[in-house]
Design a protein around this ligand. Sequence first.
Ligand SMILES: C[S@@+](CC[C@H](N)C(=O)[O-])C[C@H]1O[C@@H](n2cnc3c(N)ncnc32)[C@H](O)[C@@H]1O
Length: 274
Amino acid sequence: MLKNNSLSSLANTARGFVRHIKLLIGSLFNYVDNVVYQPHLAQMENEKIYAERVHRTRLSDEDIQHITKYMCEVWDLDYRRKYFADTPIHMTLQGQVIPLIERLLNADQSVRTVANIGVNYAFADHVMAERFPDVKFIGVDFQPDLAEVNSDFDEKNLQFVSGYALDLIESGKLVSDVYFMSSAATTITNPELRHYISIFAQKARYVVFNEPIFADPYGFYNNPDVLAADRSLPVYLQKIPSTLSKMQSHLCLIHNYKAMLEAAGFEIQYYSVA
Ligand SMILES: C[S@@+](CC[C@H](N)C(=O)[O-])C[C@H]1O[C@@H](n2cnc3c(N)ncnc32)[C@H](O)[C@@H]1O
């Protein structure tokens, strides 16, 4: 009887041990899947999508139609109004550009025009237009009804132009002393962004980038400074409900803005990666 009891307790211990080992192996597989394999698949997807568009130096008419359709599709004025009413401006990404432009306008008071490429909802522009009544602020974006959707802002020195900024600048329809992008350059391919910068080098006096750095699928924030001017990293695919195809989805890149501007002959006045 005693012997049987100790045998069955030994068997129980062995079963418990096997269960622990199975759990351990399961957790290990789970860990490898979450931390290595899924991020690896996501990064491969980012690279595949980017490879299809990496040679693009400008948007095609079809691309422009897709982006315009998408921007109109996701436009939510009530959300934007509430967000900017509830959030202190310096806590918003748009708000981060204000001290950069102010610094520039205070340092060079001969600047007369500032154009925001990819303006969308011009809250920061309206703040700056109020602070600098003698400077003209121009918001540029694809939406045909851009001025209408920004009718919350009524500063006389804040205007809107609808269209593809690259076409508008190249054709001379958009002229400005300063061009800036705020959370707009991240989705632009490396050659298209360098195309913008080469046009800025001919036509602008100053250029400002206020751009986020997205984490890659492994959760790392890659340092843009290690990238060459002609090489950008696709790191994050925005999973957004949309009728658009993957080709047009928002793939966010990390660019080395400093190297790109220097390669085009710009002198860097201020640079910070935070
Ligand atoms: C993420 S939104 C940012 C909007 C705004 N600057 C802000 O900070 O709230 C990016 C904007 O860039 C515009 N955009 C996208 N691709 C672009 C391109 N190739 N050239 C110029 N603008 C572009 C989009 O239409 C969109 O309004």
